[in-house]
Design a protein around this ligand. Structure first.
Ligand code: 8IG
Length: 268
């Protein structure tokens, strides 16, 4: 079976379990984004119409990261039916790239035309204190891998939608943009690697998103990427990094992120 056929199977199961024939917008929640997404299913914003375990769908594997929920929610939000992935499979889990991008392909097979990829990451600018959201303008994929196999040459010139970034800045003019650099992980960078990321044009360092964005473009989805800076990248502040800090920064920023998502989604 091709990855696309596997995604079709997952999308068929999704439709059956949620009772929703077609979804419109997919949202992948990264570190620190889970409580923010709760806002989407509060009164006046949207309503959760179904919640299933990720592992109920063929091809999905259980989540390995603390602070990530292995649930998929179907949320009615204005005119849109939202498909929210509470977790993702990371490249560093070693389950292969097809597993990393399977949710993206499933979203496309489920009818989505747009995907919002969120993550928690390290920031390279000192003005980006923990809890600052940054729009992804472009990326550098230091996994040096591709989710696409074969002679299929996909253009990535405007991978991160200009239209959706402009929309986000209309909603919140204080939003900055940056270039996201994906390292393979799961270790954080050394200070020298962070300095390298800066010199090659990076602003944000993380362990996800780029492979998913590429698969999304291949599948014809419009991509919005939003990073939540949960820590200053190694060597920028002189403090060591830890995952608890990441989860705490997300918790503290949840209200702002939730408000942002709730205002963006209806206008997508
Ligand atoms: I949250 O500083 C989070 N994820 N590579 N570096 C990398 N990934 C991260 C970081 C970080 N913070």
């Amino acid at each position: 079976m091709t990855p696309q056929e596997q995604a079709r199977e997952a999308a068929d199961t999704l439709a059956r379990l949620t009772g929703v024939e077609k979804h419109d917008v997919a949202l992948v929640l990264g570190s620190g984004w889970r409580s923010a997404a709760e806002t989407l299913s509060t009164e006046g914003v949207g309503e959760t119409t179904a919640e299933i375990d990720t592992t109920d769908l063929p091809g999905f594997v259980a989540t390995a990261v603390a602070g990530h929920s292995g649930k998929i929610r179907s949320i009615r939000c204005g005119d849109w039916q939202l498909l929210v992935f509470g977790s993702r499979t990371h490249y560093y889990e070693g389950r292969g790239i097809a597993a990393v991008v399977h949710p993206v392909r499933t979203a496309a097979a489920a009818g989505c035309r747009t995907i919002v990829l969120t993550n928690g990451c390290g920031g390279l600018r000192e003005s980006w204190t923990p809890g600052t959201p940054v729009l992804i303008r472009d990326h550098i994929n230091l996994t040096a891998r591709s989710p696409i196999e074969g002679a299929h040459f996909v253009d990535l010139t405007d991978l991160y939608s200009v239209r959706l970034r402009a929309l986000c800045r209309e909603i919140d003019p204080s939003l900055d943009e940056g270039v996201y650099v994906q390292f393979p992980g799961p270790h954080y960078e050394t200070p020298a690697e962070v300095e390298m990321a800066r010199r090659i044009g990076g602003d944000l360092v993380g362990m996800s998103t780029t492979l998913e964005a590429i698969a999304a473009r291949e599948a014809g989805l419009e991509v919005l990427g939003i990073s939540l800076v949960t820590n200053l990248a190694a060597g920028i502040s002189g403090e060591p990094l830890d995952h608890a800090e990441v989860i705490e920064a997300g918790r503290a920023a949840a209200a702002r992120m939730g408000d942002l998502l709730a205002r963006i989604v209806p206008r997508i």
